[in-house]
Design a protein around this ligand. Structure first.
Ligand code: NDP
Ligand code: GDR
Length: 359
């Protein structure tokens, strides 16, 4: 009869709770889970200006249920779990900018580190059968001593951010082993997209290059161009997060393209895509140097490729093409008076900011 069919359907619909749904990964993950027929809940924090542009851009703002919560406010996190009754929690919210963690070391520890314990404790007390994904980071490898990094590599963090993430990594393992909870770390290398925050180097470059091409900007100031990163495409990485929680047993996985390129290569490729000579426009400003730099990271995602059947398709050049084409299209649209969900038109850039200085 209808009643049983309805309750059967209801039980089949999985619930996911995403902390940090307003961020790059949160928005893509929400879209991905909706396609998989999940009921998607997400936490957001109260800001003076609402920040839902990514959800609007992906046209899912009406399809996700939003719950106000802040990482420092444990009752608000418990309430988010109580209201959403999740099968899976994706803990993505954090202070995610490495540079800012030197300017705000304590709050970075609070939000990127301690908050993981708040989430895990809340789950343990509320319902320890909920699956938990922790957004860990390649930054925990830091001053890496090996050519590429996998799940066995040493952790040598180089920033308050990375140290906080390493704390979250270990706490996730402690709750897995100590309380038999399904708690897993995704150790993700850099992943980018047109929804990337504007202060991260990739989007800073593609946004500025598009403006330079259209005569809206003359110069781009950057910091150290010699560092190497393993850059992938964010929508592919959120699928990996989901796959990590679909395993029979909780485990930790590196997600990466297994390729590494320098920031300078990123600049060169972006500007040459627009037929511009980068040397005419890019200036080095030491104020963008980090107090400590992570010089080179390159992932080895063979475990994920084997056990999760996860394989990134979009590599460096294609990623840059996707990002630059979108930023160019947005600025052209803006010049034509079009209105669309976007961040860059209200951004004054990081030029005027007084960062803590590196030696
Ligand atoms: P974003 O900076 O785009 O998003 C961060 C999210 O956290 C936003 O929704 C933000 O809300 C939220 N947040 C920050 N502080 C608080 C707080 N005090 N209370 C509640 N919410 C808060 O990051 P990404 O989407 O790029 O990354 C997602 C996660 O993955 C982060 O934990 C990041 O450290 C980690 N990671 C990211 C990688 C990458 O390359 N993108 C690689 C490896 C790890 P608001 O919108 O209000 O600011
Ligand atoms: P990262 O990303 O620190 O790797 O952390 P970011 O894009 O900030 O920096 C990458 C490299 O570029 C150099 N760089 C600059 N960076 C910024 N932001 N602005 C500049 O002007 C500039 N000039 C040079 C940096 O020094 C660095 O070497 C990202 C975040 O998403 C983290 O949350 C995540 O954990 C890691 O990736 C994996």
């Amino acid at each position: 009869n209808y009643f049983y069919f309805f309750t059967f359907l209801m039980r089949k619909t999985k619930h996911a709770l995403i902390t940090g749904i307003t961020g790059q990964d949160g928005a893509y993950l929400a879209k991905f889970l909706l396609k998989k027929n999940y009921q998607v809940f997400g936490t957001y924090r109260r800001l003076s200006t609402p920040n839902f542009w990514r959800l609007s851009y992906l046209e899912i703002e009406d399809r996700v249920k939003l719950i106000p919560a802040d990482l420092i406010d444990t009752p608000s996190l418990i309430e988010a779990i109580r209201v959403s009754k999740p099968d899976e929690i994706y803990h993505l919210a954090a202070q995610s900018y490495v540079g800012a963690s030197f300017d705000q070391p304590l709050s970075s520890g609070e939000f990127s580190g301690l908050a993981v314990s708040r989430m895990l404790e809340s789950i343990r007390l509320f319902d320890p059968s909920i699956k938990f994904y922790q957004a860990s980071s390649s930054e925990i490898f830091g001053k890496a001593t090996t050519k590429s990094q996998n799940e066995q590599s040493s952790f040598i963090p180089q920033s308050p951010y990375a140290t906080a993430k390493l704390y979250g990594y270990w706490m996730t393992q402690i709750y897995r082993d100590g309380y038999d909870m399904f708690a897993a770390n995704g150790i993700l290398f850099n992943h980018e997209s047109p929804l990337r925050g504007l202060e991260f180097v990739t989007r800073k470059i593609t946004n500025a290059a598009a403006r330079i091409k259209l005569g809206l900007q003359k110069q781009l100031n950057l910091g150290y161009l010699g560092s190497y990163r393993d850059w992938g495409y964010a929508p592919e990485y959120v699928e990996g997060m989901w796959k990590i929680l679909q395993q029979k047993k909780p485990d930790d996985f590196v997600l990466a393209t297994n390729e590494s390129h320098s920031v300078q290569e990123f600049v060169e490729t972006t500007f040459s895509y627009l037929d511009l000579d980068w040397k005419k426009y890019v200036k080095i400003d030491k104020k963008f140097y980090r107090i400590l730099e992570v010089n080179s990271l390159k992932g080895d995602s063979s475990k994920a490729q084997k056990k999760l059947s996860w394989k990134p398709k979009i590599k460096f050049k294609k990623l840059i093409q996707i990002m630059i084409e979108k930023d160019l299209e947005r600025w052209q649209g803006w010049l034509n008076g079009e209105i669309f969900p976007w961040d860059a038109n209200n951004y004054i850039g990081d030029e005027k900011t007084l960062f803590r200085k590196a030696n």
